[in-house]
Design a protein around this ligand. Structure first.
Ligand code: ATP
Ligand code: BTN
Length: 324
């Protein structure tokens, strides 16, 4: 039986993964395809954000060797008592969307990871650039019995969890930007997207999505703000499966604690990593821009802005922080 397009591209990638040159002819023989057909599959892989170049007489080569996500490998790095279900996917639209479509059939704590997203998203429908094999795209399903008000500040607790997972991998100095961004050296390294569906009296179904740049390709598409990846922050070897395990373990632990005790156990850690602490900032609130000094967050996770009128708390979804 002939292979599906996905199978062909997965096989092609597993051959190219070592970062060495492979001629179109040899690849064609391995896959029983013409050189022209290999060239088309390579183009399609490039459009997923893979940096594959070709040199006449030598063939195709990945700019960086690939370190595939693998459930077996992730499991070896998880704590022995981790028992939540995990699924590793290849290319999908969005790991958050994947979970949202399955809300009613998932076990609490189910998580999925993907190698690439074709419709990765951030807040307010903005795009999350999600090239193949060079980041982590991870989402976890969690059911909160308390309803919407119980979720105030959840994105802050998750930001603290990401910083802790990075610290376990030897990466320090991570900062947090209210309400959902993770920063390294003043640039965006990762983002958290929490999506919620509530049913009266039945609590909330949530998906907690994290996108973390590990080593983005040189030819990565335009990202509309300064960004950074872990490769620029550390010389340590970056094993994606180990990082994924650290992230899954700290995230699930955080969600258990947050469900029981709310934001309180995470507030001090968040404040200690506040990227704009006591700095001049602008708040974009709908169509209004309010300037002031950032004074951290209050007990419910609202941002505190000091203006001539005093210190005022701003909550939630429609508010964005920018430097002054
Ligand atoms: P806010 O302060 O409102 O959260 P934001 O600009 O951080 O604003 P988000 O919706 O949180 O917006 O995140 C999406 C934005 O993140 C995109 O518009 C883009 O500027 C940036 N972005 C997209 N992909 C990446 C990526 N892989 N790494 C870093 N930044 C990215
Ligand atoms: C942001 O900064 O606005 C949040 C970005 C969140 C991106 C992650 S990647 C995994 C999950 N799936 C998505 O489509 N988005 C989140």
């Amino acid at each position: 039986m002939s292979k599906s397009v996905d199978e062909v591209r997965s096989t092609l990638l597993s051959v190219l993964a070592n970062g060495e040159f492979h001629s179109g002819e040899a690849l064609g023989q391995t896959l029983n395809l013409s050189r022209a057909s290999i060239s088309n599959h390579i183009k399609a892989l490039t459009s997923l954000g893979l940096d594959i170049y070709s040199v006449t007489g030598k063939g195709y080569c990945l700019a960086n060797p690939l370190d595939f996500l693998a459930l077996k490998e992730i499991s070896t790095h998880l704590p022995a008592d981790y028992s939540l279900p995990i699924e590793v996917l290849n290319v999908i639209g969005s790991t958050n969307q994947y979970i949202k479509e399955r809300f009613d059939n998932l076990e609490n704590g189910y998580a999925c990871l993907a190698e690439a997203q074709t419709a990765g998203r951030g807040r307010h429908g903005r795009k999350w650039v999600s090239p193949y094999g060079s980041s982590l795209y991870l989402s976890m399903y969690w059911h909160f019995s308390g309803g919407y008000p119980a979720l105030g500040g959840l994105s802050l607790a998750v930001g603290v969890a990401v910083a802790k997972a990075l610290s376990l991998s030897g990466i320090e100095g991570i900062k947090l930007k209210w309400p959902n961004d993770i920063y390294g050296l003043g640039k965006k390294l990762a983002g958290v997207l929490i999506e919620v569906e509530g049913q009266m009296g039945l609590g909330c179904q949530t998906v907690i999505g994290i996108g973390l740049n590990i080593s983005l390709p040189k030819n990565v598409e335009e990202i509309g703000q300064p960004w950074i990846d872990l490769a620029q922050l550390t010389d340590n070897s970056l094993e994606r499966n180990r990082l994924a395990a650290n992230l899954l373990a700290t995230l699930s632990e955080t969600l258990y604690v947050f469900e029981r005790d709310g934001l309180a156990p995470f507030i001090e850690a968040w404040r200690s990593k506040d990227v704009y602490a006591n700095q001049a900032i602008k708040l974009i609130v709908g169509k209004k821009i309010i300037s002031g000094i950032s004074r951290g967050v209050n007990e419910s996770g609202a941002i505190l802005l000091e203006t001539e009128q005093g210190v005022k708390a701003f909550h939630g979804g429609e508010v964005s922080v920018r430097p002054a």
